[in-house]
Structures are given as structure tokens and as C-alpha cells.
Design a protein around this ligand. Structure first.
Ligand code: GAR
Length: 184
């Protein structure tokens, strides 16, 4: 079973979906957060998962990332799954884990990299939106797409309503794509 580290910054609903589907393909060996106050960390503790919390504030990005790297390796992680992790990883960090970091992004990449994806899809008049699981490279939201799920954009949709529709698909897509990838 592949050993996966999950990185979060907030709520952690994708982390929960990944945890719910852990089993034959993978298991979560640590949940790490750059925000010690992230609600998802409390859930992880309750679920009995090892956690690591450290803010880069005050210590700088380099010190933060080397401590993070050390914690993930100490936990035995072989893969990293970003799940609402809202901080850019440095080129050096990405290089150390090349081909072993995946992310879920709330748009149909290559459309709408970055933030405010749902508002941008609605403003553009798109008929559909969705989410993508992709490999993480040095380019923001730019690595190879491993899987996508689509939802319709409905008349009168708000960004929040669309986000909720997409999020339900994220929770299905991410565990399936992760399991698929680590089996190869
Ligand atoms: C999810 O919708 C995820 O796709 C998005 O943040 C949300 C996190 O929710 N990620 C990004 O925007 C990455 N740039 P969660 O904490 O409940 O999983």
C-alpha cells in the first residue's frame, strides 16, 4: 500500500474523502498543514491520523519547506496529495518529489488556473465546470491532468452553489485517481 502525505490549509473535506477511501491502494501516513489553525487538522487528530502543523510565518519559506520535507520523510511518505493546500511549493521542493505530488483543482484545466475559478467560469458564460486532479510541476496548476469530472453550470448559479456541486465531484474523483496512480 502506497504511503501518502496529505497537505491541507483549511477545511479538509478532500482529505476526509481521501481518508474514507484509503485501503488496498494507499494509506495516509501524515496530514500536514501550513496553517496550525486549519479545521481539517482537528478532524485528522480525531481520526487518529498523525499530523504536522507549521506556519512559514516568522521562519521563512526555506526553513518551513525543509522542516515539512523532513516530517513527510520521517512519516515514510512516498506520495504527496495536496488537498486545499493554498501555498505554492518551491521549485526545489517540487524537484525533490518530482512526479510524486498530485493536486486537486476546482476547474477543468487548462481553464482557470489559480483562484476564483467558479466565479470566472460563470462570468465567462461556460455551460459546464468541474475539477481536475493533476501532477504538480513548477508551473502553477500546469502539470499533466490525471483525471477530470464535469458538472453543468445552471441558470442563476452563484459561485458558492457551483462550488458545492463541483466539490461533491472532487470527493469522488480524487480518491479514485490517487488509487489509480499509486497502483501503477
Ligand atoms: C477544494 O475545492 C479544492 O479543489 C480547492 O480548495 C478547496 C479545498 O477544500 N483547491 C484549490 O483551489 C487549490 N488551488 P477542502 O479543504 O474542503 O478540501
Amino acid at each position: 500500500r502506497a504511503k501518502v502525505a496529505v497537505l491541507i490549509s483549511g477545511r479538509g473535506s478532500n482529505m476526509q474523502a481521501l481518508a474514507a477511501h484509503a485501503g488496498a491502494a494507499y494509506r495516509i501516513v501524515v496530514v500536514a498543514s501550513d496553517k496550525p489553525e486549519a479545521p481539517g487538522l482537528d478532524w485528522a487528530v480525531q481520526a487518529g491520523l498523525p499530523t504536522f502543523a507549521l506556519s512559514p510565518k516568522g521562519i521563512g519559506k526555506q526553513a518551513y519547506e525543509s522542516a515539512l520535507d523532513a516530517a513527510l520523510r520521517a512519516a515514510g511518505a512516498e506520495w504527496i496529495a495536496l488537498a486545499g493546500y493554498m501555498r505554492l511549493l518551491s521549485d526545489e521542493f517540487v524537484a525533490r518529489w518530482r512526479g510524486r505530488i498530485v493536486n486537486i483543482h476546482p476547474s477543468l484545466l487548462p481553464k482557470y488556473k489559480g483562484l476564483d475559478t467558479h466565479a470566472r467560469a460563470i462570468a465567462a458564460g461556460d455551460a459546464e465546470a468541474g475539477c481536475s486532479v493533476h501532477l504538480v510541476t513548477e508551473e502553477l496548476d500546469g502539470g499533466k491532468v490525471l483525471g477530470q469530472a464535469r458538472v453543468p453550470i445552471l441558470p442563476g448559479d452563484t459561485p458558492d452553489a457551483l462550488a458545492a456541486r463541483v466539490l461533491a465531484e472532487e470527493h469522488r474523483l480524487y480518491p479514485a485517481v490517487l488509487a489509480d496512480m499509486v497502483r501503477r
